[in-house]
Design a protein around this ligand. Structure first.
Ligand SMILES: Nc1ncnc2c1ncn2[C@@H]1O[C@H](COP(=O)(O)OP(=O)(O)OP(=O)(O)O)[C@@H](O)[C@H]1O
Ligand SMILES: [Mg+2]
Length: 465
């Protein structure tokens, strides 16, 4: 029955390295067995033999997950769970129960446990549950190549398969001279990718010049890009080099290339064909030695078909195309990005932060992020500035997202497929809603208490701790 509580919104992540798990069990043999297995899977492990020691360990160190037996002498698992979360509400705690007792499982989930496992443990499920739980807390520093810094403040955070593909492409294409077209929705990180391309290129020591083609009128853009001679137009009181020349030996990033006018497209085409240009109002021919990277959130092929973008220019620009995936397609990246932004903005605003509560992370994971990474970044920045305690909670998210979360409470995604499953599901849900009160559950289900007890027995849900 545990799958009923399984939260499908957490993305499965494999191969989470260097994470540390606290294993709490009063039986030494169990601890030994669990730790050996966890270490084999690549995690490091610390042991605690009772709840008191576990709480003390959590106070000293931010573990990535706690795996805890529910029945222990000294302080039982339930109490330890409460105390652990009082110290650090962001730690996912997985409870192990000796029996498939619905009462203790319901209670554990209600108390904020991330999930529960029944003994004897199913090891595949143990591993999967831990991996899912740690998806919440994995630090960007441990996420492999993507977290690697470049440029002044650049870091591409992410570990989803989609981002791996992108990163591989960047590494492969960066050291070449190929013209690159970066495609992607607004806020996905196109500018960041252009910066990575420059900083990972052989031109990294040269200038990295950015021009937003949508921000300037056609005439201004022309003189911005090509430069102008003194007296070329009113106000041109001295000769000025354009961005192409300023980018000599480096990279020129033409952002929002899809917004350029037909006349500007023709001029750009000439430069890209001949790698030569003249300043506005000038005769002298200047050689261009800049690597050209462009970006757009428009579908340029579509623009070509619609006659709004020159086909010949399009083919010059899209020698290599990098597609930056929208955030909703990056399985598992949201917790990493959220954590990264949390610490970045905490640092900038002199705030002490410990983490993001599981409820808040749950909402962040489920929200669709139409504004992609920029929207997530803004949400976290706002949250950090308005934060009261040391954990970012749902209340710290923008009102629109809170309202969305209220309208879209977490769904149980797994639908029962048989009448028997539907009945079990309804019983467990009702028990959860009534806090395990069987008389009240029976009343709500409109059956007698005796019938309910019989059904619990029939489904093996009646054992108590
Ligand atoms: N993978 C990432 N890791 C860390 N920060 C990111 C990532 N992707 C985007 N960002 C951050 O999100 C913000 C938006 O990214 P960027 O400006 O590169 O997006 P864009 O695709 O160029 O957006 P637009 O189409 O609106 O111009 C930036 O502050 C950027 O640093
Ligand atoms: Mg941009």
């Amino acid at each position: 029955m545990s799958r009923i509580f399984e939260s499908k919104i957490y993305h499965f992540m494999s191969n989470i390295k260097s994470a540390e798990v606290l294993v709490v069990d009063d039986e030494q043999v169990h601890r030994y067995m669990l730790c050996s297995m966890l270490e084999e899977w690549g995690w490091s492990c610390r042991e605690a033999d009772d709840g008191v020691t576990a709480v003390e360990a959590v106070r000293q160190q931010p573990f990535d997950a706690v795996l805890m037996d529910v029945r222990m002498t000294n302080m039982d698992g339930m109490e330890a769970l409460r105390e652990i979360h009082a110290v650090n509400p962001a730690i996912p705690v997985i409870i192990m129960t000796a029996y498939s007792s619905v009462d203790s499982a319901v209670e554990a989930i209600k108390q904020g446990a991330h999930d529960y496992l029944t003994k004897p443990l199913d090891f595949d499920r143990l591993r999967e549950t831990l991996e899912i739980a740690m998806g919440h807390r994995r630090q960007p520093e441990t996420s492999g190549l993507q977290g690697e810094p470049f440029g002044e403040n650049g870091r591409i955070i992410g570990s989803s398969p989609a981002m791996h593909v992108l990163w591989e492409m960047i590494i492969q294409v960066a050291p070449t001279e190929a013209t690159v077209l970066i495609n992607g929705e607004s806020g996905t990180g196109k500018e960041l990718v252009s910066s990575a391309l420059h900083h990972k290129s052989l031109r990294a020591d040269g200038p990295f010049i950015k021009v937003n083609c949508a921000a300037l009128s056609e005439n201004l853009l022309e003189s911005e890009l090509f430069g102008h001679e003194k007296g070329a137009f009113t106000g041109a009181d001295r000769r000025r080099d354009g961005r192409f020349v300023q980018a000599q030996g480096g990279t020129l990033f033409l952002d929002e290339i899809g917004e350029t006018s037909p006349a500007m497209q023709a001029k750009l085409l000439r430069v890209l064909q001949e790698y030569e240009l003249q300043r506005v109002g000038g005769q002298e021919t200047l050689t261009v030695d800049a690597r050209i990277v462009t970006a757009t959130n428009r579908d340029l092929e579509n623009e070509v078909r619609a006659g709004r973008f020159r086909e010949d220019l399009f083919y010059r620009l899209n020698v290599v195309v990098l597609d930056v995936p929208p955030l909703r397609e990056r399985d598992g990246d949201i917790p990493l990005l959220a954590d990264f932004f949390l610490h970045r903005f905490a640092g900038r605003n002199n705030r002490t932060v410990q983490g993001i509560t599981p409820e808040c992370m749950d909402v962040l994971n489920r929200y669709a992020w139409p504004g992609n990474v920029r929207e997530l970044e803004n949400a976290i920045e706002r949250g950090v500035i308005l934060m009261r305690g040391e954990y970012l909670d749902v209340a710290g998210l923008p009102i629109a997202i809170q309202r969305w979360a209220g309208m879209h409470p977490q769904q149980e995604t797994e639908q029962p497929s048989t009448l028997k499953e539907a009945e079990q599901l309804l019983i467990v849900k009702t028990l959860a809603e009534t806090g395990g009160n069987r008389s009240e559950a029976a009343r709500r289900l409109q059956i007698t208490r005796k019938t309910l007890l019989n059904k619990l027995k029939k489904y093996g849900l009646d054992q108590r701790e």
